[in-house]
Unconditional design. Structure first.
Length: 314
């Protein structure tokens, strides 16, 4: 984001993205009221007006706002930022990033990469993070907040599914590469096996895939079955391993009407053997009736909560 140069202006002109002031609020976290004040009092932005007199901002103006935000959050007064020449603002940001941690600013850089479908910017930002941070810290401190923001932006109609898929696939590539680096060791059959899967129709797997990374990093036997797995297929794993913990993530599936039946099938078809467990995570789990659960079933808010519990019992 901060690497924008004069010749980048031409490069961005072909991208037909324009943004409302509400979009700018969603992307930057700065209230629309504050953006209006900065615009009117300090002339920080110069939006066009629609026939209905609604503000419309360009991608370059969004980029400038994200840079202004970074300076403001690092102690610069708006009145001082407003006095900088246009080309000085990204230079000041670069200097601050050299002095500060990269992760906070990287979140905005990844959002901009998503908007521009810019894999080069994504890779450049990721490489800078990897120079200073572990992959674990990048995923927990940057990627998870980024995915949460993306979910909010999608719900607010500020981005399309294409934007979400673009950035999610790039994150998944990095995650898979890290999983492949984890050492593979032969484990005794008696050791508990973790089997991670998504139910039929569910495709949101980044949280579950990261949990697979954490388990394999800890030397656990972790088997990742992936997306949209029919429930009856889980018995194939039970036929091989004596003690299994099945872990699944419910983000959009099962539907609210199908959820009680799915929980009932888990109890009857999967948890019919001593020692097996089911761990469930994801926002759809909030719809589960706790009275329907049995002792061998646990519900978590997300992968981070599971990781913390694993660390406590390590």
């Amino acid at each position: 984001m901060y690497t924008l140069k004069a010749n980048k202006s031409q490069e961005l002109e072909h991208i037909q993205n324009t943004f409302s002031i509400k979009d700018l609020e969603n992307f930057s976290g700065i209230k629309a009221h504050t953006i209006r004040i900065w615009e009117q009092r300090y002339s920080l932005l110069s939006p066009e007006r629609t026939e209905g007199n609604q503000r419309k901002y360009s991608l370059l103006e969004l980029q400038k706002l994200l840079n202004v935000k970074y300076l403001y959050e690092n102690g610069f007064k708006i009145s001082k930022i407003a006095k900088f020449r246009e080309e000085e603002i990204p230079l000041q940001v670069v200097q601050l990033i050299k002095e500060n941690a990269e992760s906070h600013h990287a979140l905005d850089a990844f959002k901009l990469a998503m908007l521009k479908f810019d894999q080069v910017l994504f890779e450049r930002t990721y490489s800078k993070l990897m120079a200073d941070l572990s992959f674990r810290r990048i995923f927990l401190d940057v990627f998870i907040p980024l995915l949460q923001v993306i979910g909010d932006l999608w719900q607010a109609n500020s981005i399309t599914p294409a934007h979400e898929h673009f950035i999610s696939n790039l994150i998944q590539q990095k995650l898979v590469a890290q999983i492949e680096r984890n050492p593979q060791v032969e484990l005794p059959m008696s050791q508990r096996t973790y089997v991670l899967y998504l139910p039929h129709g569910e495709i949101h797997d980044l949280g579950l895939l990261y949990l697979h990374y954490e388990l394999s990093l800890r030397g656990e036997r972790s088997i990742y079955l992936g997306r949209s797995v029919p429930l009856e297929n889980l018995n194939e794993v039970k036929a091989i391993y004596p003690e299994v913990t099945f872990i699944s993530q419910f983000t959009v599936e099962p539907s609210q009407s199908e959820l009680p039946g799915y929980i009932d099938r888990l109890k009857k078809e999967i948890l019919n053997r001593k020692g097996d467990e089911v761990w469930l995570l994801g926002r759809k789990c909030q719809e589960i009736n706790q009275d329907d659960l049995i002792a061998s079933m646990r519900v978590y808010d997300g992968a981070i909560q599971v990781i913390k519990e694993l660390e406590e019992h390590a």
